[in-house]
Ligand binder design. Structure first.
Ligand code: NZQ
Ligand code: ZN
Length: 393
């Protein structure tokens, strides 16, 4: 196991009705003037925004609410809010995101930019986020894990570059997790969320660090939880217990507790981010297509690792003479599971075209300060990335 530092300071309030504690929690973490950030309106329609605003008012807090964050969130919302803050049009000392990963990531970007003199995009080109205004979240979809992570993903409008930023400064102070809030999700979004959670686990499983049994086992348990709960929640979207297990698995999957002490992959995420930036597909839907292609391409790098997950998670029988057969069966089992919950299996399912491959590859390996390749479990140059995109048709 590698040396590591791990700090997951987020205070989690989990369960029914916890959104009504938003005011108390903002106060607990020092907020006095709150900017509530939300998305395209699902929280208005469900009445959640009203409940959160009432909770803040009851706690005697000032607040302003600003909606309109789009899925795969764009930099213009962040720039506009920061301009309004710096010109004195609005003022706030606490960000409260009410929504999914896109809303939370936008709140984190504003929080980091609010205490930084330069362009907030510097963070998305690699600058570590040490300081930010405090952020709280009320989560409405189990997916991105942003409610417990030190990460934020934004797409810059010029060039449509989708990039991540990281730092302890943007880990949420608190996150409210009420599984009931996810019951209004369309089945497709529920499935996209579960796919993203599985991807966060696979990206940590694919490691070059030896002897990481504790985190291997944590990851396997979390993936098996999603595989167990998926058919239950797809059959009955109001199944509270299934929603609860999925929600907590999604948060734990991305706090990095299961990734500590081991090198990680993230090639699938980087390859996917170009798809959601270009085609506007849901991040999870993109990952459903990307993962089997990347894993097939990279399998030979460590056949034993792929065979291990095939046996332990997918119940495949170990072929000791031909471990590559077992490894392939595991990748096939993952693909079939994703198809069973309604995820796409080909890039063309969301508009991908072969002639776009050079553009996708160029942005992937050269855009935003990258130097001709991406690196994780294996290093992938332009030729490798091009071959991986070909596998998705
Ligand atoms: O915008 P509204 O109207 O709220 O609708 C959203 C949106 O259309 C809807 N939705 C969310 N909760 C709902 C609901 N509809 C009905 N009922 C509810 N309870 O779902 C749609 C998707 O929302 P979004 O926030 O985009 O989903 P998700 O949580 O999957 O976030 C995706 C974004 O997170 C990034 C992705 O790249 C993508 O941009 N990621 C962020 C990470 C992080 N910060 O740690 C890690 C991830 O790997 C990921 O890259
Ligand atoms: Zn993800």
């Amino acid at each position: 196991m590698d040396n590591f530092r791990f700090c997951s300071p987020t205070y989690f309030a989990f369960g029914k009705g916890t959104e009504n504690d938003a005011g108390e929690l903002v106060k607990k973490f020092g907020g006095t003037k709150v900017l509530i950030v939300y998305g395209g309106g699902s929280v208005v329609r469900s009445g959640l925004l009203d409940r959160v605003e009432n909770s803040l008012a009851a706690a005697g807090l000032e607040y302003t609410s600003k909606g309109g964050v789009k899925p795969n969130p764009l930099s213009d919302f962040v720039y506009e809010t920061l301009d309004d803050l710096k010109s004195g049009k609005i003022s706030f000392d606490f960000l409260l995101a009410v929504g999914g990963g896109s809303t939370i990531d936008t709140a984190k970007a504003i929080a980091a930019g609010a205490v930084y003199d330069g362009d907030f995009w510097d963070f998305y080109e690699g600058k570590w986020i040490e300081k930010a205004l405090p952020v709280g979240t009320v989560l409405t979809i189990a997916a991105a894990g942003s409610e417990g992570s030190g990460d934020s993903v934004i797409t810059k409008v010029e060039g449509m570059l989708k990039r991540g930023a990281s730092g302890d400064g943007i880990r949420p102070k608190f996150s409210i997790l009420n599984p009931e809030l996810t019951q209004t999700l369309p089945p497709y979004q529920t499935a996209c969320g579960m796919t993203d959670i599985i991807a966060h686990l696979y990206e940590r499983y694919l490691t070059n660090t030896k002897d990481v049994e504790v985190t291997d086992r944590l990851i396997e348990a979390l993936i098996m939880t999603i595989v167990h709960e998926a058919p239950r929640v797809m059959a009955d979207p109001n199944n509270y217990e299934a929603r609860a297990n999925i929600m907590w698995a999604g948060t734990v999957a991305h706090t990095n507790v299961a990734g500590s002490g081991r090198s990680q992959d993230w090639n699938s995420h980087n390859i996917e981010h170009e798809l959601s930036a270009l085609y506007g597909c849901a991040h999870g839907a993109g990952l459903a297509v990307v993962m089997p292609a990347v894993f097939t391409y990279c399998m030979e790098h460590d056949v034993t690792r792929f065979a291990q997950i095939a046996v332990r998670v997918w119940g495949c029988k170990m072929d000791f003479y031909h471990p590559e057969v077992t490894a392939k069966q595991g990748i096939e089992a993952l693909r079939n599971f994703l198809i069973s919950i309604g995820m796409p299996s080909k890039i063309s399912d969301f508009g991908g075209k072969k002639e776009d491959i050079p553009v996708l590859v160029d942005k992937l390996v050269n855009g935003g300060g990258r130097n001709g390749s991406i690196s994780g479990f294996v290093t992938l140059d332009a030729k490798a990335c091009s071959e991986i995109y070909e596998l998705m048709f």
